[in-house]
Design a protein around this ligand. Structure first.
Ligand SMILES: [Zn+2]
Ligand SMILES: [Zn+2]
Length: 607
């Protein structure tokens, strides 16, 4: 079984095979930030040093959206934040004042693929298998490669921007590279996602349809494990090529739980939905948080005069839209929707979306819209009918709107089920079963007063759970801050440890302290904050080596080879430091030395 990550104490030596055995009790993150309920846990509070954070997101616009407020909040706290996602979202991301980096993959192509296969990574029909899988694997390899570039390279479209090197990673699971780049960099990783991805007995994996009532807990749990295994079988060779060739890491062997590495290593997870809609299962550990839905920051939107006139001309309409889902026959689907709205006797706002809904002249009871922000549009509607994407589901519920879900694939069935179970909408109607009649019946259901009352009550709770704030708090709470702070100023990020000084130092303090000729030759190492032991326990050879060195009294065995480590980029020239700063750092250094001398006279011999 793979070990949980080692969390380094300040000044701890870098990765060594026997470390995990000696310090098993130190593996949990030790020091939460000022955002944690620190007093309650008796842990020292303190600032989070300014970090360079990369957020890796693969998916649709709905997957990217929640990370905009999260990135903005992190940036407001003084961190440098980059949102790395598909190139088509560059303008969307940059329009919010957030740094961007392009990941490979075209979400529209992924979306077509998911609709075609019903959300399965491996298609069910032989023809699709032969035609689609090679292309899909090619894209996956490109995505993996781009996640490393996202952590280490300048934005190719902004060559003048300052160099980039991530010292913390936030990622959604489909970004694939997450744990591997975090391991290569030795930095913290926090998984954030809009749908459940951690095994539980409470409900099935959102991409599977487990319906049998018997042994539900076991079946549910197995559905997660089966999904992980199928994904891993399809990607293992690509992931290992990436680890070996791009990152210089050991490949993951079959016995190393490659399928479930995020769970085995207890990587922190933040799930971005409202616990009032779906509570955290009792079998999820303390490394998993359910934060609340993340809503977009308020958008300034200028409606067209036609839209304004339509809204003013009658009762609030029912919204119908399928977001980024693509339709096999847009005209037929359009006709079904128009007829269904007419049968239900309601006015409709129909979003064209990626399904390309609409015809040249819409009937009087319908108005077609393009890209209207949900937070502007939904408060003006009476009910919503959509595909059940997590973001759209959240937007509807936030506004207290009864919700009809028409799932196309993947987690959309799951959210449809959850909404129906909450009594805030009808049973979900899969897109294949959508007719004018089933649409009209579903809309009629949403118009019942008791359904509206339940949706309104749920909306109040959902609004009271601010997801972005909670997600950022969860991220800070799980950082191994004790090992990330400069020993001389806890607001600085430690970059190196000095063997002789026995201190972890930021670039500035390191430069000032070691400017002194007496200390200039001190051995200093780049710090790794987390040693993700993805490939499991140390090999027999490493273990033997460690044992022999211990027996021989060799205190300082050589580091394992990690050829592509590039953390030593930060070099501060002491001449650039002003006198007051230099004096302050040296004074702190002297008092750190003094404290150690008085605490431990034998070991206090700092030069
Ligand atoms: Zn030193
Ligand atoms: Zn410092």
């Amino acid at each position: 079984m793979a070990d949980r990550p080692e969390i380094r104490a300040p000044g701890a030596r870098a990765n060594h095979a026997t470390y995990a055995r000696r310090h098993a009790h130190e593996r949990e993150p030790q020091s939460p930030s000022r955002y944690d309920e620190t007093a309650a846990h008796g842990v020292e509070p303190g600032p989070v040093p300014s970090l360079t954070i990369v957020i890796l997101v693969v998916g649709s616009r709905g997957d990217v959206q929640p990370f905009i407020p999260i990135a903005r909040r992190l940036a407001q706290d003084g961190h440098r934040v980059r949102l790395a996602t598909h190139a088509v979202f560059r303008e969307f991301v940059e329009s919010h004042g957030i740094e961007f980096f392009p990941l490979a993959g075209d979400p529209r192509e992924l979306m077509d693929y998911m609709v075609m296969t019903g959300g399965h990574l491996v298609p069910h029909h032989l023809g699709q298998l032969v035609e689609q899988v090679p292309r899909k694997r090619e894209v996956m390899a490109e995505i993996l490669a781009s996640t490393w570039a996202a952590c280490t390279e300048s934005d190719p479209a902004r060559p003048a921007a300052s160099p980039y090197l991530a010292n913390a990673v936030i990622a959604n699971p489909p970004s694939l590279g997450h744990i591997h780049v975090a391991e290569a960099l030795g930095v913290p990783l926090h998984i954030m996602f809009t749908m459940p991805w951690s095994p539980t007995g409470a409900f099935p994996h959102p991409f599977t349809h487990v319906t049998s009532a018997g042994h539900a807990g076991l079946r549910n749990r197995l559905s997660f494990e089966a999904f992980d295994w199928l994904t891993w079988l399809g990607l293992a060779d690509l992931v290992n090529d990436f680890r070996e060739q791009s990152l210089g890491l050991e490949p993951i062997h079959l016995r190393d739980h490659g399928a479930s590495v995020l769970h085995e290593l207890a990587v922190p997870h933040a799930y971005l939905w409202s616990p009032s809609l779906l509570a955290k299962p009792s079998d999820w550990g303390p490394h998993i948080d359910v934060t609340g839905f993340v809503f977009p920051d308020e958008t300034r939107f200028q409606p067209s005069s036609a839209l304004r006139e339509f809204l003013a001309a009658g009762d609030p309409p029912v919204y119908v839209g399928f977001g980024s889902c693509t339709a096999t026959d847009p005209i037929a689907l359009t006709t079904t929707i128009f007829d269904g709205l007419e049968r239900a006797g309601v006015r409709g706002l129909v979003s064209r979306g990626w399904a390309k809904l609409g015809i040249a002249s819409a009937p009087k009871h319908v108005h077609l819209v393009d890209d209207v922000p949900h937070d502007w549009l939904f408060p003006r509607c009476t009910a919503v009918c959509h595909h059940g994407g997590a973001g759209t589901t959240a937007a509807g519920l936030r506004n207290g709107l009864p919700t009809m879900v028409v799932p196309f694939f993947g987690d959309q069935y799951f959210w449809g089920r959850i909404v129906a179970d909450a009594g805030a909408g009808p049973e979900p109607v899969p897109i294949d079963a959508l007719t004018a009649e089933t649409l009209a019946d579903g809309i009629a259901f949403t118009l019942q007063p008791e359904v509206r009352a339940r949706a309104v009550a749920l909306g109040e709770k959902v609004r009271a759970q601010p997801g972005a704030q909670q997600a950022v708090a969860a991220f800070y709470k799980r950082l191994p801050l004790a090992g990330m702070r400069c020993s001389l100023d806890t607001t600085h990020l430690a970059r190196r440890s000095c063997h002789e000084c026995r201190l972890s130092l930021c670039g500035l303090c390191d430069a000032v302290i070691h400017e002194d000729r007496a200390r200039a030759l001190h051995r200093r190492e780049c710090l790794e904050y987390v040693a993700w032991n993805v490939t499991g326990s140390p090999s027999v050879a490493e273990w033997l080596e460690g044992t022999i060195e211990k027996t021989l009294g060799i205190d300082d065995p050589p580091e394992p080879r990690k050829p592509l480590r590039i953390r030593d980029e930060e070099h501060v020239s002491p001449s650039a430091v002003d006198d007051a700063t230099r004096a302050r750092i040296l004074a702190r250094f002297e008092s750190a030395v003094q404290i150690r001398v008085s605490a431990s006279p034998v070991e206090g011999g700092l030069s």
